[in-house]
Design a protein around this ligand. Structure first.
Ligand code: SAH
Length: 359
């Protein structure tokens, strides 16, 4: 049976691929730029709204293409201005994205997977297990939806890939989404405004080091040695601390850039002065900055947030040994939008099983 060919999803196309698809169907290549501007800058989610294309052309394009956009299922605002967005994907799955204003920049925290396979013991998303990867269109689609909902299409914003999921575990789609967001006809988001945070999937990290366009890199370290890190981050049993640090030392950093090391502080677990001293020693020869994240506690997470004094003491030891240190202000905890608190109920799967596949 020869039916009509399935329409192509514009949300999943880089501009070069859109050009090729247009030319293949007898259209002019420059239409790709026009369509990109409509989709990303003006935020249309319907081909019929692209009013600088002739009605006839819009009609033909509507037969050949669709544009899938996540829908906004729920939106919640924290007392501190942080906003959490629950987005519904085409297959009915849900993800969360977060808007963090004034940090001092405007920041979108974006998900790369539904759930996560990494199973870090203090993270709620880790408890979900991995449900599935997001497509590039779904990753970039979060930015389209948030920029529209917050009337920020014309404004500068940062992106942190620190929502649900491990970006390097969904490498190709994540990189493709970043290229789509960087397109000069779209959001034209410069890579320096993007931070990719990873638990340290070593082969993917090595590959990331060869990318032509490089966002900022953040490593979720959380412990200065394998014994401790292995208990907190199961993946450490495969890729240990010294291997990750060695990869970071080799990482091709641009001038004035540093690798951020995230360190979730868990009371009585990894927040002792000895841990701080060992961490300082470990990072002494890396172009680094340390971002301490006092645990955001949640039901089902068997750890406690350290006192402010313990956090300050830890930070001071690092600073005194010459490291750049910041303490992440917790934003949006009242609406469970803070780090490690993103979870969508009702789609949980076993994390342990999936981690076994990676290890
Ligand atoms: N998978 C990536 C992206 C998630 S980023 C990564 O691990 O880097 C989210 C950051 O929040 C990570 O550094 C993560 O370790 C941290 N985090 C997870 N659970 C947390 C919690 N309960 N409290 C504070 N930070 C948490």
């Amino acid at each position: 049976m020869t039916g009509k060919p399935r329409p192509i999803d514009l949300a999943e196309l880089e501009r070069s691929a859109l050009e090729a698809a247009l030319v293949e169907r007898g259209h002019e290549a420059f239409r790709a730029g026009q369509m990109f501007r409509w989709i990303y800058r003006r935020g249309v989610s319907d081909l019929a709204a692209m009013t600088d294309l002739s009605l006839e052309l819009r009609g033909r394009l509507a037969d050949e293409f669709v544009l899938t956009t996540p829908t906004l299922a729920h939106r919640e605002t924290s007392a501190d201005g942080t906003e959490k967005f629950l987005l519904r994907l085409a297959d009915g799955r849900h993800i969360e994205s977060v808007f963090i204003p004034d940090t001092p920049s405007m920041t979108f925290c974006i998900s790369t997977q539904v759930g996560c396979a990494m199973a870090c013991v203090f993270c709620l998303t880790g408890k979900m297990g991995l449900v599935r990867n997001l497509s590039a269109g779904e990753i970039a689609g979060q930015v389209r939806v948030l920029a529209g909902a917050l009337s920020m299409r014309e404004r500068a914003f940062n992106i942190v890939l620190m929502g649900m999921g491990e970006p390097l575990h969904n490498y190709d789609e994540t990189m493709k989404a970043l290229r789509m967001l960087a397109d000069p006809q779209g959001f034209a988001l410069p890579p320096r405004r993007v931070t990719l945070s990873t638990v340290g999937l070593l082969p993917a990290l090595e590959r990331f080091a060869t990318e032509p366009v490089m966002p900022n890199l953040a490593i979720s370290l959380h412990a200065p040695n394998d014994l401790l890190r292995g208990e907190l981050v199961p993946l450490n049993k495969k890729y240990g601390v010294s291997e990750i640090i060695a990869a970071c030392r080799r990482f091709p950093l641009q001038k004035r850039r540093r690798i951020t090391f995230e360190y979730v502080l868990l009371a009585g677990v990894n927040d002792s002065p000895q841990d701080a001293k060992q961490l300082a020693k470990l990072l002494a020869r890396v172009k680094s900055k340390v971002n301490l994240i006092p645990l955001n506690a949640a039901p089902g997470i068997p750890f406690e947030r350290p006192s402010d004094q313990a956090t300050d003491r830890f930070a001071k030891i690092l600073a005194d040994s010459g490291l750049l240190v910041s303490v992440r202000k917790s934003r949006g905890r009242d609406i469970r939008a803070a780090c490690g608190q993103l979870i969508v109920e009702g789609q949980k799967k076993s994390a342990a099983q999936q981690l076994a596949v990676i290890m």
